[in-house]
Write a protein that binds this ligand. Structure first.
Ligand code: NAP
Length: 248
């Protein structure tokens, strides 16, 4: 039987690349998304046309009630998950720290931090060997911004990703004896629409000279790392942080 994984924000960018690769590696893929039905349905169709198994689930992971509904839907329609990729994330318009409103901070932390916490909590309830599960792997998406701080652009986002790094370190230790591994992937500049959404579609072109490999990364290059961490090849890896940044 195929293993079942949930990828939050699996309809676009890094999440969609991860969904395609996971389906090729024989996972049944639950693709969560927030708003864009067409994008989610087209990834599902692509995977099905390739002979894989994928299902789309619309839910705003920043809201607890929607996270609970999402996991219950997956339980009933697909089965018990053994992998979670906490990938859904947002960057709001570039802004100096001094102009950041409470509304903005709430939004940034609700999706990037609380959403990942809530999804991890619900995944653990299904995976924990102490709760009747078979174990599993959680991969959290952070960012190189957690290390660089994103001055003049989005310190809120960088700090939210810092919280994800710290959560990963603590949670990995807390649930190691429940047969669940937890790791974090920190991409650098990856070619997805997230930069346009934050107000600068050409951001990678502007800063690529700072990257030792002198280019932005492709979503598939991050997906390779995520799939490795989900797999048994990474059976002795937990609580670790992996930069996929072209050397930056
Ligand atoms: P993206 O192309 O903008 O895709 C974002 C995905 O997240 C979409 O599927 C979107 O669904 C979903 N999403 C957003 N808010 C959501 C919510 N509240 N509930 C459920 N789904 C939600 O982003 P990306 O560039 O692939 O980034 C993926 C992850 O990598 C993020 O955590 C990001 O912070 C991190 N990252 C990216 C880069 C980069 O350079 N691209 C670098 C470092 C880290 P809808 O379209 O339906 O709203």
């Amino acid at each position: 039987m195929n293993k079942i994984i949930l990828i939050t924000g699996g309809s676009q960018g890094i999440g969609a690349a991860t969904a395609r690769l996971a389906a090729k590696r024989n996972y049944t893929v639950c693709i969560n998304y927030h708003k864009n039905d067409d994008a989610a349905n087209s990834v599902v169709k692509e995977i099905e046309n390739d002979g894989g198994h994928a299902f789309a689930f619309k839910a705003d992971i920043s809201k607890e009630a929607e996270v609970l509904r999402l996991f219950k839907q997956i339980d009933h329609q697909i089965g018990r998950i053994s992998g979670l990729v906490n990938n859904a994330g947002i960057i709001l318009q570039q802004e100096r720290f001094i102009n950041m409103t409470e509304e903005r901070l709430q939004k940034t932390f609700a999706t990037n931090v609380f959403g990942s916490f809530l999804c991890a909590r619900e995944a653990i309830k299904r995976m924990s060997t102490k709760l009747g599960g078979a174990g599993g792997s959680i991969v959290n998406l952070s960012s190189i911004a957690a290390r660089l701080g994103a001055p003049f652009e989005y310190i809120d986002y960088a700090a939210a990703k810092g919280a994800i790094d710290t959560m990963t370190i603590g949670l990995a230790k807390e649930i190691a004896d429940e047969n669940i591994r937890v790791n974090v992937v920190r991409p650098g500049l990856i070619h997805t629409d997230i930069h346009a959404k934050a107000g600068e579609p050409g951001r990678i072109e502007r800063v690529k000279s700072l990257i030792p490999l002198k280019r932005g990364g492709q979503p598939e290059e991050v997906a390779n790392m995520i799939l490795w961490l989900l797999s048994d090849e990474a059976s002795y890896v937990t609580g670790s942080i992996f930069d996929v940044t072209g050397g930056r």
